[in-house]
Design a protein around this ligand. Structure first.
Ligand SMILES: CC(C)(COP(=O)(O)OP(=O)(O)OC[C@H]1O[C@@H](n2cnc3c(N)ncnc32)[C@H](O)[C@@H]1OP(=O)(O)O)[C@@H](O)C(=O)NCCC(=O)NCCS
Length: 238
């Protein structure tokens, strides 16, 4: 498997992350550092739509699947765990299991847990880029009043943190609700140590009305921001 990915495990990258992100003990995480060497992924490991993709995209996809497989195993899943991809681009988790995959240019992270303990999970990893990049995307990520709540952070970090938190929220809800939402569909309303609270600014779907507040946790590793959203689901059947 390692030979296929071109990725090597970074000792300790994901260690302590689950606790720091306040994720349940039934959940397992696995992280890899992506390296620039050639990906040796065989076409058999890739869905049809990725067979002509760039080496970078093939490498991150395979590394994500590898992390997901190790996370599933770490969480106690005993079956074969090379996840297929559905028509929306989502990983197809084994029945009774859920999780999430995220990659940056240099890092890949995945988490998995039984759906009996969490019905969905959003996870996002973002590299801290240049202040110029952050400034360019700031207005599309949030309003000045949201960024003001993150005033203890350098502004470039604040923008990426808010961006990542909203992506985590979206990644937690999309697999069940299957609705696209812009970054304006959630607003940062409160910040405390390691926690951001986002308020839905519009209806997202059954059980997720405008006004509902969702918590996103965050941590930092190796010039990256990592966020996780592990919301409680009302018994809506969603
Ligand atoms: C889907 C999206 C969130 C992915 O984020 P990203 O930072 O580009 O990519 P990440 O590396 O974090 O995640 C990609 C992985 O998430 C999974 N994924 C793909 N689409 C997804 C979706 N709609 N929902 C949840 N997970 C998704 C896949 O596993 C994918 O990796 P893979 O294709 O290698 O398997 C992003 O591209 C997007 O569309 N954002 C706009 C919507 C949004 O975030 N709105 C904010 C509302 S407040």
């Amino acid at each position: 498997m390692e030979a296929m990915t071109g990725a090597s495990q970074e000792a300790g990258f994901a260690s302590g992350l689950r606790l720091e992100l306040g994720l349940p003990g039934t959940l397992a995480m696995h992280g890899l550092e992506l390296q620039d060497e050639t990906t040796h992924a065989t076409d058999a490991c890739l869905p049809e739509r990725l067979r002509g993709a760039s080496p970078k995209r093939r490498r991150e996809f395979i590394a994500g699947r590898l992390c997901a497989s190790i996370a599933l195993s770490g969480a106690g899943y005993g079956g074969p765990a090379w996840l297929a991809q559905d028509s929306d681009g989502l990983p197809v988790w084994p029945k009774g299991w859920t999780g999430c995959i995220s990659h940056s240019t240099s890092m890949v992270l995945a988490a998995a847990c039984p759906t009996s303990t969490r019905r969905s999970l959003g996870l996002d990893i973002e590299e801290l880029g240049t202040p110029r990049h952050a400034a360019e995307i700031a207005s599309s990520v949030g309003q000045p009043r949201e960024l003001a709540l993150l005033g203890d952070w350098p502004s470039a970090v604040a923008v990426i943190l808010l961006f990542s938190a909203k992506e985590s929220l979206y990644k937690a809800l999309f697999p069940r609700l299957r609705v696209f939402r812009e970054f304006s569909a959630a607003r940062l309303v409160a910040v405390s140590a390691g926690r951001l609270r986002l308020r839905l600014e519009e209806d997202w779907g059954t059980g997720w009305p405008a006004g509902r507040v969702v918590e996103v946790r965050h941590a930092c590793r190796h010039n990256h921001v990592i966020t996780a959203c592990c919301p409680a689901w009302a018994d809506t059947g969603a």
